[in-house]
Design a protein around this ligand. Sequence first.
Ligand code: NAD
Ligand code: FES
Length: 278
Amino acid sequence: MYRIISKNKIAEDIFKIEIKAPLIASKRKAGQFVVLRPEETSERIPLTIFDSDICKGTITVIIQAVGKTTRKIVSLEKGGYLLDVAGPLGNPTCIEKNGNVAVVAGGVGTAVAYPVAKAFREAGNKVIGIIGARTKNLVILEDEMKAITSGLFITTDDGSYGMRGFVTDALETLIRKDTVNEVLAVGPVPMMKAVCDLTKKYKIKTIVSLNPIMVDGTGMCGACRVTVGGKTKFTCVDGPEFDGHEVDFDELSRRLRGYSDMEKHYIGHKGCNLENKV
Ligand code: NAD
Ligand code: FES
């Protein structure tokens, strides 16, 4: 059993949860994730490790309550317990000293981008952050991102905060003004695809963190299959990060939509039970 040390709401339906997990805290690296189950009959929920504290023996995850199991997790209070926390899973981000790195995050993807941005910064890179949300109250982790970047651009689709537009608008402005040696993009699939289309034009290396449906998280079920450079890869063991210019985003979108009718059915009748990695 894994004790919840703290829980804070950071936006509508989005929570930051700190969990006692000393072994995971001591081993995890930026880019890795855990799989949580609140109880034995629950779906497994993969979540990126947002941060860890080796002295306290804790890890922190950011979770959006979108379905039955994530709602169950966020309903647990400080002092409550999760049944299992498995990890760290997936490969750590390959962090090199590359110069100027732009970390581009869409919506809840900011929770995935933060640990990677922090690791790039610690490796001596200049990190510029771009975070985008549909509207002001969906912008998350602004202070945390500001603290680890040399500059942070915020975009909102409706212009209610920061620059009006998509993250790709801010990225193109940055590329035209400054040297960008590498881009990390994480967020909804159309956003990652749009970032990759843009950076291909400017020939800038781009890494994306993918979020297909996962089941076991250990390479056995094949649920997280994606095509990268024409080859089949399993996101949980070969990723979650890949060369964005090689990813078949159209296939990923189709596979993510595969259960949407069932999701609508569950949301309408029992609460959704099919959820993806944040
Ligand atoms: P969202 O749909 O509100 O989009 C967030 C931002 O992404 C937008 O404000 C915009 O700046 C940018 N964006 C979206 N579509 C774009 C496009 N076509 N071109 C350019 N920019 C675009 O995001 P959300 O509701 O927070 O997240 C929705 C999806 O993101 C979910 O399906 C979730 O599974 C996925 N997600 C993925 C990851 C990951 O690891 N890749 C992590 C978290 C969430
Ligand atoms: Fe089963 Fe990756 S989640 S193979």
